[in-house]
Design a protein around this ligand. Sequence first.
Ligand code: G1P
Ligand code: ZN
Length: 545
Amino acid sequence: MKILTIATRAFSDQRPGTSGLRKKVTVFQQAHYLENFVQSLFDILPEHAGQTLVVGGDGRYHNRSAVQTILRMAAANGFGKVLVGCGGLLSTPAVSAVIRRRAAYGGIILSASHNPGGPDGDFGIKYNIGNGGPAPEKITEAIYARTRTISEYHSLADAADIDLDTLGRQHIGEMEVDVIDPVADYAELMQELFDFDAMRAWFAAGKRMRFDAMSAVGGPYAKTILEGLLGAPVGTVVNGEPLEDFGGHHPDPNPAHATELIAAMSGAQAPDFGAASDGDADRNMIVGRDFVVTPSDSLAVLAANATRVPGYRAGLAGIARSMPTSCAADAVAKALGIPCYETPTGWKFFGTLLDAGRATLCGEESYGTGSNHVREKDGLWAVLFWLNLLAVSGESVEALVRAHWARFGRHYYSRHDWEGVPSERADALMTGLRAQLPSLAGREFGHGLRVAQADDFAYTDPVDGAVSTSQGVRLRFTDGSRIVFRLSGTGTEGATLRVYLERYEPDPTGHDQPTQEALAALIEIADRVAGIRQHTGMEVAGVIT
Ligand code: G1P
Ligand code: ZN
């Protein structure tokens, strides 16, 4: 088989964001576009000759063809072996698990996470390193630098396609390609962490669950584990077949996009437990009967109850949350006498803390929760954690959360997304906010709200000392309320302004308020301070979660 060296031109737009390189499918379909990125990656990876790479994706449109391209290029670039999920499928947490369990060199994930798929949808590629986690910035920046100078790539371009649908070993040139069961390693790992007997007994006792895989890659995992290993009735997993366009939906498990699940969980006939995962199955949403759990609360509840679950019986070393995530986890950490780390948005910041053994659980407000079992957030893991708690406590989702609030207080929480804002307007808004920072501290806004601290979040990684600046403008009020403003780093069209709102209610019993009502004063202050409506020209936030 001949290695071909193919001349190409550099692209200027291949800078990977916090979650890899994400673009429209049509961008990825340009001649040499994917190849340039992959070759740039291989060019900067040291000593990869003979090594094992893991490859898989969330099954979205272009996934299969991209897998074939990567396999031909990996062979031409001297990799010894590629482990590829059957059908080209592997969820993001499963890639992380496979890299770690099989001590692979690294892995490539094909996904644009929760963004829509299909010919007009999004596609993405991301590299994970040997610890199973997202490549750190020094690697992504090196890839980017290489994409700007690259002039040729290597491929066994004449090799036939690998049969992705048959398990077992095949070859491309000298390189071995093992088509693996995408679920097996992951399912083993879950059985090491959770009490499968207790969960089996919960289903056997007639309890019911609805898991909405949103026609994305979580389906096969949920079916194998819930309906297979745990004996949940067939039909527990809905939208369980991965579709190239996710059925035309936005595979994002939140109340705005998982409307079908929210509707199904309403009323006395609803199942006991509802959950959903996103395109690449790293996000999760937890729902009780007529009761939606915020991701910030979910993290705090899991942390407070961790020792009730086998994998965490020894207790937690620490908790980590992204800065905009509510302070509910901090209250738990304080009670447990363990540290709570506040990191910038994006999963990669948890990696150093997990590797160093400083944090055991981590989470983000954006429906991401995880632990040291892999180096990615993990949707089904969070769902099984909840299921394990329901099974051993015999309580409902709502009862567990209300008991939590009664003990730690309640953090009302919401995120308002202003999407499709022209970039220069969004930048002007943030610049305006930053300019006001010195005058905001101490300012009185009525409703008993006085700013205690106003800053632009900067973070020094306690493990490796890396410094990240300009991570979002935050206002903290004397009563513990917070407003955070930041621009999304993952959007593919225009800018998205995210406004995070949080109010602490130390004694929530008896005053159950609808969330948006509880946050009304903060919502009004956010607009007043940032001039959101004026800058964006929009009257209301497009997505409220
Ligand atoms: C969003 C979320 C962030 C998450 C990231 C990847 O990023 O807010 O928490 O880590 O997606 O799933 P953003 O678009 O806000 O930069
Ligand atoms: Zn995702």
